[in-house]
Design a protein around this ligand. Structure first.
Ligand code: SAM
Length: 277
């Protein structure tokens, strides 16, 4: 478990907190109604209906992300990415509703990494990624670089990426779908600032292709109440909070591009791609 502090001023969560989060999410993810708002649970929503709504949400997220990968890829990127071992870093696998984009990532020259604090998610992710590779046509299988799935708490991973064998500079696209509302406010700020620093700060973004994809219900479009995706304890983030923390870490202005919306149980989910301005 990662406990080292980094020189730029934030620490891994304590081993006790990391273990507590891992236990919480291991339990929570086993519940098929895990991501359903409590008022809809109270109405007696069936497991089949909950699954269907999450599958549809996943389709929206995957379709959005595949388009973003395509828009951020031109003919010369494939070789550059493979030579530089460039990655997509996805944080928060959950039940994997939004995970079916491995083929597009591979065709664009990326290696795919998933990070999740839960070891239950690790088992599901490994299985799902293997199936996605098996379903690829042979020429794409041949260029696929083995995906990595890491059981890490995200702030703690960022505090010492070498512990996970990660060179953060090689991450070209960050993918955070329904994650930021599950992380405490201090941790969300630190995580966004550090991602902003490693993605956009001077000297870190020579290809100008680095991007942070965020898909989440935001407080901008939704009443400021708690959301219960993470057990009634989480807080919706605002677009401003997300952009300002990424920009703070980056030391340069950033902007949200390709903004799309999706209605999930009556809540408006925003999908956006943050890039250096
Ligand atoms: C609400 S689920 C979303 C999963 C998926 N992206 C989706 O939209 O269906 C959040 C996931 O993030 C993971 N998670 C929560 N807090 C985390 C943290 N601090 N570090 C790493 N993973 C975390 C949980 O284990 C869970 O699998």
């Amino acid at each position: 478990m990662n406990t080292k502090a980094k020189s730029f001023g934030f620490k891994a969560l304590s081993p006790m907190k990391q273990a507590e989060l891992a236990r919480f999410w291991d339990e929570r993810l086993k519940d098929p109604l895990a991501f359903v708002p409590k008022e809809d649970k109270a109405k007696g929503l069936s497991i089949t209906e909950a699954r269907m709504r999450n599958v549809l949400f996943g389709k929206f997220a995957v379709s959005y992300f595949k388009k973003v990968i395509a828009r951020l890829t031109n003919n010369s990127d494939f070789d550059r990415r493979r030579l530089g071992n460039k990655k997509i870093m996805a944080v928060g696998y959950g039940r994997g509703y939004d995970s079916k984009w491995l083929r597009q990532a591979t065709k664009a020259g990326f290696q795919t990494w998933w990070v999740d604090v839960s070891s239950v998610a690790w088992i599901w992710a490994m299985d799902n990624l293997r199936k996605q590779v098996d379903a690829m046509p042979q020429p794409i299988q041949a260029i696929h670089r083995e995906s990595q799935v890491k059981t890490f708490e995200i702030q703690s991973l960022l505090a010492d990426p070498s512990e996970a064998g990660l060179d953060v500079d090689s991450v070209e696209i960050w993918y955070l779908c329904r994650l930021l509302n599950c992380v405490s406010t201090p941790s969300a700020k630190v995580v966004l600032q550090e991602i902003g620093r490693t993605a956009f700060s001077k000297g870190h973004n020579p290809s100008k292709r680095k991007a942070v994809v965020i898909i989440n219900a935001l407080s901008d479009q939704n009443p400021v109440d708690t959301c219960d995706t993470c057990g009634g304890t989480s807080i919706r983030r605002s677009k401003r909070m997300i952009l300002s923390n990424l920009a703070r870490g980056a030391g340069c202005p950033v902007e949200a591009r390709f903004v799309k919306y999706y209605n999930y149980f009556g809540k408006i989910v925003t999908a956006m791609t943050v890039m250096a301005r």
